[in-house]
Design a protein around this ligand. Structure first.
Ligand code: NAP
Length: 492
C-alpha cells in the first residue's frame, strides 16, 4: 500500500479528496490494494474547469513568452528524470507492467516534455504572400481549457503525450486518467506544480469515464478533447464534440497486421513478432495481433515463434528479468479468455498458451500465458476484433495481392509491420498497407518527433511531432493594412 490515507486529487489547483465514491487501486500482480482514493464527482469537474478557465485568463501562463513557458516544461522533464526510479516503481504498482517497461515509459514522458519545450521555443509563425496592400500572417492562439482523457495501458507516457503539447500551447488542462490507474497523472500534476506551472492550470480528476469523462467532454468551457481509448468510447466522444463544434483527436483501437515474407531475416523477425504482440502483455493499441507468414516458411516460422513464446518469462513485474507481467484486471483477463474460447469455437487450434499460469507469486495476480491461435481465417471474429491481450492469430499467405487485401481487410488501420530483406517489396507493401504507422524490419518503436495516429476506426488526428502543439491551438489570420488608401466603399 502506497498510503493508507485517502489520496487527494488536484481539483483546479487545490489538493483535496474527490467528492465521489471511495475506491481502491489494486496491484494487478497480487490483487492487493496499493492506494485508496475518492473519485472526482461531477461537481468537482465543474469546479476544476471553472477554475482552469480563470487560471487560463488570469495566471499569466498563456501570456508567457514561448521560451519562458518552455523553461518550465524543461523543469518538468528534469524533475521526472530526477525522480525516475520512484516514479517507475509506482507505475509498476499502478498497472502491473514489468519494471523495465515502466522505466522506459518514465524516460519517454521526460523526453516528451523536453521535446515540446524545444519545439515551443523554436516554433515560427508564418508571414503569407500578400495579395493586396496589407501584410498577411497566420498565427496560433491557445484554446483555453482543454481535456486529456487517457486509458490504463501506458500511464505517464499517454498523459505526457497530451499534457506537454497542451501546456506548451498555453492552455489549462483537465486530465482524466483511467479510474484503475490514477497515480501517474496525479504525480504529473504534482511535478508540474513543483516546476512552476501556475495553480489551476493542471487538474487531475480520476473517476468513472461514463460519468466524469462524459461531464468533462460536455462541459461548455472545454474547448478541445484529446482522447486515447477504445473505439466505441471515441465515437461517443466524437458525437458530443459534433454537437459542441469542438475539435477532438481520437487515438483508438487496432488489430495490426505483421507480414513476414519468405526472404525475411527470420531471427530478427521472430524477435520482432514476439515483442510486437507480447510486450505489455499485448495490452497495446499497436500490438501486432494478426500475423501473416509466407506459406513456404509458415511452419518453420510459427514453430519458432511458438517455442520463443513458451520461453517468455511471465511473472513478477518487480523483477528485471520479467518479460510479461499480469493483465490489468481480473475482468479484463476474463474477456481475453472468452476471446480464446470464441477462437476455438470458430475453428482455432491453440498452438501455445490459452491458460492461466500457476506457481509462486502468480495465483492471486491476473496472469495469462502468451497465446498463439492457428487455423482461423482473416474474417473470423477473433481475427477481426481487438482482444487487447497476449493473443496472436497466425495465418499463412500465398501471394502479395492476397496479403495486402487481407492486411487491409479490417475496420482498424493503426499500425503494420513488414519483415523482408527485399527493400523494393518492403517499400511496396509499406506503401500499400493502410495504417497510421508502418514499421519495416522493426516493430513498436517510437519517436516523439514523428506523428502518430490511426485511420478509419483507429482514430482521427495525430499526436506528437512539432505540429503536435498546433493541435491545441486555434489558427488565426491577420491582415495589417500598409497604405492610407480608403477602402472601396469609404468614398460613397
Ligand atoms: P476506454 O474504456 O475507452 O477508456 C479510455 C478512457 O476513457 C478511460 O479514462 C475511461 O475512463 C474513459 N471513458 C470511458 N467512457 C467514457 C465516456 N463516456 N466519456 C469520456 N471518457 C470515457 O478504453 P480502455 O479499455 O481503458 O483502453 C483500451 C483501449 O484503448 C483499446 O481499444 C486500445 O487500443 C486503446 N488505446 C489506443 C491507443 C492509441 O494511441 N491509438 C493507445 C492506448 C490504448 P474509465 O476507464 O476510468 O472508466
Amino acid at each position: 500500500m502506497i498510503s493508507t490515507e485517502l489520496l487527494p486529487l488536484n481539483i483546479g489547483g487545490e489538493w483535496r479528496l474527490g467528492g465521489g465514491d471511495a475506491y481502491e487501486s489494486l496491484y494487478p500482480a497480487t490483487g492487493e490494494p496499493i492506494a485508496r482514493l475518492k473519485a472526482a464527482s461531477t461537481a468537482d469537474v465543474d469546479e476544476a474547469i471553472v477554475r482552469a478557465d480563470l487560471a487560463f485568463r488570469t495566471s499569466g501562463w498563456a501570456q508567457k513568452l514561448p521560451h519562458e513557458r518552455a523553461a518550465v516544461l524543461h523543469r518538468v522533464a528534469q524533475i521526472i528524470r530526477d525522480e525516475a526510479e520512484p516514479l517507475a516503481q509506482k507505475q509498476r504498482l499502478d498497472n502491473g507492467k514489468p519494471i523495465n517497461e515502466t522505466r522506459a515509459l518514465v524516460a519517454s514522458a521526460a523526453g516528451t516534455f523536453q521535446f515540446f519545450a524545444a519545439a515551443l521555443e523554436t516554433l515560427e509563425e508564418t508571414i503569407t504572400p500578400s495579395r493586396g496592400p496589407f501584410v498577411t500572417m497566420s498565427v496560433h492562439e491557445p484554446m483555453g481549457v482543454v481535456a486529456a482523457i487517457t486509458p490504463w495501458n501506458s500511464p505517464i507516457a499517454s498523459e505526457a503525450q497530451k499534457l506537454a503539447p497542451a501546456l506548451a500551447a498555453g492552455n489549462a488542462v483537465i486530465v482524466k486518467p483511467a479510474e484503475v490507474t490514477p497515480l501517474m497523472a496525479l504525480e504529473l500534476a504534482r511535478i508540474c506544480e513543483k516546476a512552476g506551472v501556475p495553480k489551476g492550470i493542471v487538474s487531475v480528476l480520476p473517476g468513472r469515464g461514463s460519468v466524469i469523462g462524459d461531464a468533462i467532454t460536455k462541459h461548455p468551457l472545454v474547448k478541445r478533447v484529446s482522447f486515447t481509448g477504445g473505439t466505441a468510447t471515441g465515437k461517443h466522444i466524437a458525437h458530443i464534440a459534433a454537437d459542441k463544434m469542438m475539435p477532438v483527436s481520437l487515438e483508438l483501437g487496432g488489430k495490426s497486421p505483421t507480414m513476414v515474407l519468405e526472404d525475411a531475416d527470420l531471427d530478427h523477425a521472430v524477435n520482432g513478432v514476439l515483442y510486437g504482440i507480447f510486450s505489455s502483455s499485448g495490452e497495446s493499441c499497436i500490438a501486432g495481433s494478426r500475423l501473416f507468414v509466407a506459406r513456404s516458411i509458415y511452419d518453420e516460422f510459427v514453430t519458432r515463434v511458438a517455442e520463443a513464446a513458451k520461453a517468455l518469462r511471465v511473472g513478477d513485474p518487480a523483477s528485471e528479468r520479467t518479460q510479461m507481467g499480469p493483465l490489468i484486471t481480473a475482468k479484463h483477463r476474463e474477456s481475453i479468455e472468452r476471446y480464446v474460447e470464441l477462437g476455438v469455437s470458430e475453428g482455432a487450434h491453440i498452438r501455445t498458451g490459452g491458460v492461466r499460469p500457476h506457481g509462486a507469486g502468480m495465483d492471486n495476480g491476473y496472469f495469462y500465458t502468451p497465446t498463439i491461435l492457428e487455423g482461423l481465417t482473416n474474417n473470423a471474429r477473433t481475427t477481426q476484433e481487438e482482444i487487447f491481450g497476449p493473443v496472436l492469430v497466425a495465418m499463412p499467405f500465398d501471394s502479395e495481392e492476397q496479403l495486402i487485401e487481407q492486411a487491409n481487410d479490417s475496420i482498424y488501420a493503426l499500425a503494420a509491420g513488414v519483415w523482408s530483406r527485399d527493400f523494393k517489396r518492403a517499400w511496396r507493401l509499406g506503401r500499400a498497407v493502410q495504417a497510421g504507422t508502418v514499421w519495416i524490419n522493426t516493430y513498436k518503436q517510437f519517436s516523439v518527433s514523428t506523428p502518430f495516429g490511426g485511420w478509419r476506426d483507429s482514430g482521427l488526428g495525430r499526436e506528437k511531432g512539432r505540429e503536435g502543439i498546433f493541435q491545441y491551438m486555434e489558427q488565426k489570420s491577420m491582415y495589417w493594412g500598409t497604405n492610407d488608401q480608403p477602402l472601396p466603399w469609404a468614398n460613397q
